[in-house]
Design a protein around this ligand. Structure first.
Ligand SMILES: [Zn+2]
Ligand SMILES: [Zn+2]
Length: 231
């Protein structure tokens, strides 16, 4: 047995290359092709330089990870499910000036964070340079993240069916009963979403919204910022 050597910060080239290949030389979270390596179990806390423990992230997503905005469990999931061609861009190019959203027969104005669950943003929007950017997460009955969309880039397993056009995006999962549909009608966006949150199914449809007893609507005014909060 040799004396215990101090662990080097240097990641062996072979491992580095394998990690690059595993993530197709792009950020495992958002797909940007400027990448850094991140230790899922922190190096300072004894995390290994191993293919299993390293993930490729762009500088922005890397910062988000260290700030706790992307959780370790989400990274672990991403690590195991990231495979080539599982990321495509939505095609929602409609330019709109303000967020006017209709769901359950009610209009909401300026609700960028539309649906949150226990402080986590499940559905949120942003208008950037005349384009609508959608962020969406689907959790299954057990609470595991199984789909996510980050600024119109999305990742999915093969069971998801996604269609998009110039003014609509539709995402379906027949077996699990997930639905997300957003379409532009004149100057507003109509949303349909059926999703599991905390093991319960919630249905926001066109006519009405089935609110479980755990729903709390913060604001209903069409002029004030509003958001569905489930706590
Ligand atoms: Zn990224
Ligand atoms: Zn890091």
């Amino acid at each position: 047995m040799t004396a215990k050597k101090k662990k080097s910060r240097y990641i062996p080239k072979k491992i580095s290359q394998a990690v690059n290949q595993k993530h197709h030389f792009e950020c495992a979270w958002c797909g940007v092709q400027l990448t850094e390596r991140h230790h899922i179990n922190e190096f300072s806390e004894g995390g290994e330089h191993s293919i299993e423990n390293l993930i490729l992230l762009c500088p922005i997503c890397h910062t988000k990870t260290h700030n706790g905005k992307i959780s370790k469990s989400e990274l672990v999931l991403r690590k195991s499910t990231h495979f080539k061609s599982d990321r495509i861009s939505a095609n929602f190019k409609t330019s709109i000036n303000q967020l006017r959203i209709k769901v359950g027969g009610i209009f909401y104005l300026n609700s960028p964070n539309f649906l949150t669950y226990k402080g986590e943003k499940v559905l949120c929007f942003e208008i950037k340079e005349g384009q609508l950017l959608i962020n969406l997460k689907f959790f299954n009955k057990k609470g595991h993240l199984i789909f996510w969309m980050s600024e119109n880039y999305y990742w999915y397993s093969s069971v998801f069916k996604i269609s998009s056009g110039l003014d609509f995006v539709e995402i379906l999962h027949n077996k699990e009963d997930f639905i997300f549909k957003i379409e532009r009608i004149d100057d507003y966006l109509k949303i349909r979403i059926k999703t599991y949150l905390g093991g319960k199914i919630y249905d926001f449809n066109e006519e009405m919204t089935k609110l479980g007893d755990r729903f709390r609507i913060q604001a209903r005014s069409i002029s004030a910022p509003s958001v569905y909060v489930i706590s």
